[in-house]
Design a binder for this molecule. Sequence first.
Ligand code: SF4
Length: 291
Amino acid sequence: MHYEGPIYRPPSEADSLLIQATVGCPHNKCTFCMVYKKGPLYRARPVKEICKDIDEASLNQGENVTALFFPAGNSIAMPTSDLAAICRYSREKFPRLTRITVYGSSPYIVQKGLADMVTLRKAGLTRIHVGLESGDDDILARVKKGTTAAEQINAGQIVKAAGLELSEYVILGLGGIQRSEPHALKTAGVLSEIKPDFVRLRTLVPKINTLLLHEIQKGRFQLLSPHQILAETRLLIENIRCHTRLTSDHYTNYLNLYGDLPGDKNRLCREIDRALGWDPGRFRAPFVGTQ
Ligand code: SF4
């Protein structure tokens, strides 16, 4: 099995087999992300090489594999025919496979379009994990996400129209104190248009070697306190107007929230209201620039 550079996977893929399809991230500019800043440069691995890894895994654990994730940062960007080929090959080699997933940023999904997404679904891809981060254009531009709210909506709707499952990731606190309210409201608006299967919450933790940490240290970005993050989360949840599953399956969050919207909205708001009454010392440490 061959791995090159950092290998990240969503927590929901903790039990998935990881077969590397691409190396690095073709965008690699987000100011909050340190994962590939020191390389390696983005490239798609040759299909033959990936299939060798699939062969090796199938010899060792073929019957046990039910879920497969293809790292790295944006494997949706690899040529569609290559991604489809490795999906098909995996379906042949792992008889009990029920789920194949990748990370995919909105610009690459939109570039490929609906026909390619349908091709990938037919080849066996089941779910795409998209970093929405925010639905506010000012924030997306400031963090150099390389996309807009309109493009994120377009991408999400393409994925859903293709019959693929969709996880959208939101970073709480990404607008700082100044744009907390528009971050919550506009993100809720974008999610309501996309109607993803999952909304997955993360809380901003400024990482070492990121431009965002530098901005914080220079006083140009103000982090939210745990209570402000919770108030932002409440505003976000209150304003999501679609059926979706909300999870906060990440160590960065101050409160573990899990439920189906809109049915669990009132319960989730009550849980947040309770936590808003907690002493600040009860929340996790801030981890600013320590990771
Ligand atoms: S697109 Fe994802 S992996 Fe690439 S720099 Fe942005 S957050 Fe990091």
